[in-house]
Write a protein that binds this ligand. Structure first.
Ligand code: SAM
Length: 382
C-alpha cells in the first residue's frame, strides 16, 4: 500500500490495502475477484468504498460482506498460522502489565506467526521500536515479508537463537516478552538489553508449571523483583432479566430463582443422557451397540473434559449450556425502567487456559541501593 502501516486511519479503501471463512484478509489488487459463499466481489469495486461498508454481492448471489479496516485485533483473527499464536485476552493483559507505551522499546521472542508483533507495533507507534527474534528460518523469512508488506517499520526482526546468542542490536528496552520453550535460557541475555535508569519489566509465557518454576528461579537468581504468575481466563456471566417486582424484593427470592434455573439445567442434562442411552440400547447387534456405546461415552467424556479443562469452543456443549427462552429473556441493553433489573450469575467454569504469564520487574541499581540502605536503617533502629 502507499500507506505505510497497515493500521492507518484512512476512511476509504485504496488499491494495495489489506482488508479481511467469516473473516478473510485480502490485499486489494485491481483486476482480482474474491469469490466465496457470500458472493462474488470484484476488487476494483471495493476501491473507494468507505471502511465499514456493508457490500451486497451483485446478482445472482444473495450474500454480503462488511469491509473492515485492518487492525491488530482483526489480523490476529485472520492471520495464517505458522505456530500457536497469542490472542487478544493475553495480548492486552501482557501489554498493560509490561507497561508497553507509545514511543517505548520492547523485545519479543520468538516471533512465531507475528500475532503479538502486530499489536506491539501499533502500541509503541512510529516513535517506538519492537525488537523481534525468530530462529526458525522459514518463519523468520515469512514474518520479514509480512511485516514489510504491512508497513511495520518500527519492527526490527532478526534471525537468531536468543537462548544461545542473545538479543544483539536491542538496547535500552523497557519491556521483554518471551514466548519460547526455554525462557530461563534467554533471561540472562535479556538483562543486558534493559534500560538502566528506570524499572523495567519482563513477561514469560509458558503452558506448563515446570517451565514456570524454572523461569521463576532464574528470575530470582538474576535479581528480578516483584515476581508473580497469573493466567488469563474467561469467565462469563449468565444474565437473567427480572421484571416481576415481587421477585426483586429479597435476595433470597433471587437466589431461589437462580437455584431453580440450575436445577432445571441439571434435569435437562439427565434427560438427554437417558435418551442417548436408550437410543444405543435400541441399536441392533451386540457388537455394533458396544461400538456405538463406546463412541458416545467417549465423546461425552471428551466433551466434559473439554469444558472442564481447555475451555476451547465446543458448539454443542455451548448450545446445551444456553438457557432456554422460557427461563431467560435475551438481554439486550441495561434496563432503566423502575422495577426491573438484570440479575447476573458467574458461570462456575472459567475457560481459556493458554499459558501461565510470569511477570517480574528489574530495579535500576540506584533504586536497589536505596532500598538496601532503607532496609539496613530499619535493622539498625530495630
Ligand atoms: N507469540 C507468537 C505469536 O503471537 O504469533 C508465537 C510464538 S511461537 C509459540 C514460538 C516461536 O519461538 C516459534 O516460532 C519458535 O520457532 C521460536 N523460538 C523458539 N525458541 C527460540 C529461540 N531460542 N530463539 C528464537 N526463537 C525461538
Amino acid at each position: 500500500s502507499a500507506n505505510k502501516s497497515m493500521f492507518h486511519s484512512k476512511t476509504s479503501i485504496e488499491a494495495g490495502d489489506l482488508s479481511r471463512d467469516n473473516m478473510t484478509a485480502i490485499t486489494i489488487t485491481p483486476g482480482e475477484v474474491i469469490h466465496n459463499k457470500y458472493g462474488r466481489y470484484v476488487h476494483d469495486d471495493l476501491i473507494g468504498q468507505k471502511f465499514g461498508t456493508k457490500l451486497h454481492s451483485p446478482p445472482p448471489h444473495a450474500g454480503y460482506v462488511h469491509l473492515l479496516r485492518p487492525t491488530p485485533e482483526l489480523w490476529t483473527l485472520s492471520l495464517p498460522h505458522r505456530t500457536q499464536i497469542l490472542y487478544l485476552p493475553d495480548i492486552s493483559y501482557i501489554t498493560m502489565r509490561l507497561g508497553v507505551r507509545v514511543g517505548g522499546k520492547v523485545i519479543e521472542a520468538g516471533t512465531g506467526s507475528g500475532s503479538m508483533t502486530h499489536s506491539l507495533s501499533r502500541t509503541v507507534g512510529p516513535l517506538g521500536k519492537v525488537f523481534s527474534f525468530e530462529y526458525h528460518q522459514p518463519r523468520y523469512e515469512k514474518a520479514l515479508e509480512e511485516f514489510a508488506s504491512h508497513g511495520l517499520d518500527n519492527v526490527h526482526l532478526q534471525h537468531r537463537n536468543v537462548c544461545k546468542d542473545g538479543f544483539s542490536g536491542a538496547t535500552d528496552v523497557e519491556g521483554v516478552f518471551l514466548d519460547l520453550p526455554a525462557p530461563w535460557e534467554a533471561i540472562p541475555h535479556a538483562m543486558k538489553t534493559l534500560r538502566p535508569d528506570i524499572i523495567t519489566k519482563i513477561c514469560c509465557f509458558s503452558p506448563c508449571l515446570e517451565q514456570v518454576l524454572k523461569t521463576v528461579s532464574t528470575l530470582r537468581s538474576e535479581g528480578f523483583s516483584d515476581i508473580f504468575t497469573q493466567e488469563v481466563l474467561i469467565r462469563t456471566h449468565e444474565l437473567v432479566k427480572e421484571t416481576d417486582p415481587d421477585h426483586l424484593n429479597s435476595v433470597s427470592s433471587i437466589i431461589d430463582r437462580l437455584k431453580a434455573h440450575e436445577k432445571r439445567k441439571v434435569e435437562r442434562r439427565a434427560v438427554q443422557m437417558k435418551t442417548a442411552r436408550e437410543k444405543i440400547r435400541r441399536q441392533k447387534g451386540g457388537e455394533n451397540a458396544t461400538a456405538i456405546a463406546e463412541t458416545t461415552e467417549s465423546s461425552e467424556a471428551g466433551q466434559k473434559r473439554k469444558l472442564e479443562t481447555d475451555g476451547s469452543k465446543d458448539v454443542d456443549a455451548e448450545e446445551e449450556e444456553k438457557p432456554q427462552a422460557k427461563d431467560y429473556t435475551p438481554w439486550t441493553e441495561p434496563e432503566t425502567q423502575l422495577g426491573s433489573a438484570v440479575l447476573t450469575k458467574p458461570t462456575p467454569e472459567m475457560k481459556g487456559h493458554t499459558s501461565y504469564l510470569t511477570f517480574a520487574s528489574f530495579y535500576p541499581e540506584s533504586v536497589r541501593n536505596a532500598i538496601a540502605a532503607q532496609d539496613s536503617n530499619k535493622t539498625a533502629i530495630a
